[in-house]
Every structure is written in C-alpha cells, then in structure tokens.
Ligand binder design. Structure first.
Ligand code: ADP
Ligand SMILES: O=c1ccn([C@H]2C[C@H](O)[C@@H](COP(=O)(O)O)O2)c(=O)[nH]1
Length: 239
C-alpha cells in the first residue's frame, strides 16, 4: 500500500509514526556491534547492512570486485548498494517485535543509509579519480530521482566517530577477505568525508539531527556510552 506526502513523495503506508535511527561511521568503527547491543531492547527492529548480498549476488561478488578494480566495478557495487539500501529503508517491519505496545511506537535502527552510500562511498570513488565521470553522473541521477520522489525518513543519525587508526586495527582483526587490501589512507579519506558531512556540515544535506558518540573506546566503555545515550537514542533526539 502506498500514499503521497505533502511534498508529493511516495510514502509507504504505516511508516509515518515509526522512528528511524541510522548508525553511521567508518568501516569497522563498531556499527554492527552497536546494533547487536541495541537488538536486545524491546520494540527495536535492527537492520544491519546487507553485506552478504554485496558479496554474493547470483554467484558474483561485487564487493570483492570493487576492491580489486574500483574503476571498473565501483558503479556495479554502488548501484547494487543503492538498491539494497532503498529496499531496507522501505521494508515494512517483519514479525512481532518483543513486548511491542501501543504506547511505545516501534523503532527501526539501521546500519548506514542510502545517504552515506552516496555522500561517502560514491563521493570517495569519484574524488579519488577511481570512478569515471559518466558512472558518477548516472549514479547521481538515480540518487536524485529516488530522493526527490520517495520519502526516506530518518529521525536521528548516530555517528560513531572513530580514528582511522582504530578502524584499521579492528578491520585487520575482523579479517574480511575482500577488505585485506584496504590501506589506512582509504579509511582516512572515508573519515574526512564523514567529518565534512556530519560534523562540519559543509558537504551535503544532513537528513536528520546528529548524535556523536566517540567510538575509540574498548567494548565495556562503549556499552557505558550507549547506556548514557540510551534515552536520547530511543527518543530520536540529539539533545
Ligand atoms: N569497542 C570496540 N573495541 C574493540 N573491538 C571492537 C569494538 N567494537 C567492535 N570491535 C570489533 O571490531 C571489528 C569491527 O566491528 P564491527 O561492529 O563489525 O564494525 P562495523 O560494523 O562498523 O564495520 C569486529 O571484529 C568487532 O568485534
Ligand atoms: O556504500 C558503501 C557501503 C559500504 N561499502 C563497503 C565498506 C566495507 O568494506 C563494507 C561494509 O562496511 P562496514 O563498515 O564494515 O559495515 O562495504 C562500500 O564500499 N560502499
């Protein structure tokens, strides 16, 4: 079922009252770990990035191909990521959430968003000279059509702000096959784009208020920070 917003954008029925929180941050900054922690909370639907799809679409691995040859495969990966992220933004809540009551509206917590796919990863490929102009133009046309015609509401962005060095250490520990060739400089470039977008707010439109959580701490300290910020996060507020 669908309807239209006051701005004429396509809206999924029943989505209007649901809080949407996007967890943003560099590669291996701890987003999935954060989502796992909050998945134990009642009324929260957690959507991790569909990385398994990016590693296997009908037997092909666009994530691996992109890291091997970004100029050739960057558009392939990012087109697919844009589709899968849109699908996540628009998907309806599945199943029954734990202890869901009428007083407390269900909430969605997502890992990243269609916005960071474009503003961070596509932008990085383009600025580093690894994405041809024509590929960037086509992806941009798609992104603009989607965001101008479909309502993609986000109520709060939680930015896990971490140093590129910490991410590099964690990435090596996690040891995802495709990512073994990622150098520190790549994480530094992604970090800078995130900082410009969410902290300095000098690059692109920020679609929601931003709550910044420093993410260089060990797991125990991170849990303390999540608890300190729990109320803000669950009410979709950064103040
Ligand atoms: N605060 C932390 N301290 C140390 N290691 C962490 C911390 N948070 C996550 N990790 C580990 O770092 C790696 C990347 O974390 P992950 O949550 O998968 O990051 P992301 O989802 O942002 O890529 C994983 O191996 C995870 O267990
Ligand atoms: O738009 C995107 C989003 C993600 N990626 C890459 C970066 C990582 O190698 C994986 C998953 O990211 P995590 O930060 O580990 O969750 O996907 C990309 O290239 N483009």
């Amino acid at each position: 079922m669908q309807s239209y917003s006051s701005q004429g954008k396509l809206v999924r029925n029943g989505e209007k009252n649901k809080l949407v929180i996007c967890i943003e941050g560099n590669i291996a900054s701890g987003k999935t770990t954060c989502l796992e922690y909050f998945s134990k909370t009642s009324n929260i639907e957690v959507l991790t990035e569909p990385v398994s799809k990016w590693r296997n679409v009908r037997g092909h691995n666009p994530l691996g191909l992109m890291y091997q040859d970004p100029t050739r495969w960057g558009i392939t990966l990012q087109t697919y990521i844009q589709l899968t992220m849109l699908d996540q933004h628009l998907s309806t809540i599945v199943g029954t959430l734990k202890h869901c009551t009428e007083q407390s509206a269900p909430m969605r917590m997502m890992e990243r968003s269609i916005y960071s796919a474009k503003y961070i990863f596509v932008e990085n490929l383009y600025r580093s000279g690894k994405m041809p102009e024509v590929d960037f133009a086509v992806l941009s046309e798609w992104f603009e059509w989607i965001t101008q015609n479909i309502a993609i509401p986000v109520d709060l962005i939680v930015y896990l702000q971490s140093s590129p060095q910490t991410c590099h250490e964690r990435l090596k520990e996690r040891c995802r096959e495709e990512e073994k060739i990622i150098p520190l400089e790549y994480l530094e470039a992604i970090h800078q784009l995130y900082e410009d977008w969410l902290i300095k707010k000098t690059s692109f439109n920020v679609p929601a208020p931003v709550l910044v959580i420093s993410a260089d701490d060990d797991l125990q300290k991170m849990i303390l920070q999540y608890e300190e910020n729990r109320e803000k996060i669950l009410s979709g507020s950064n103040v």
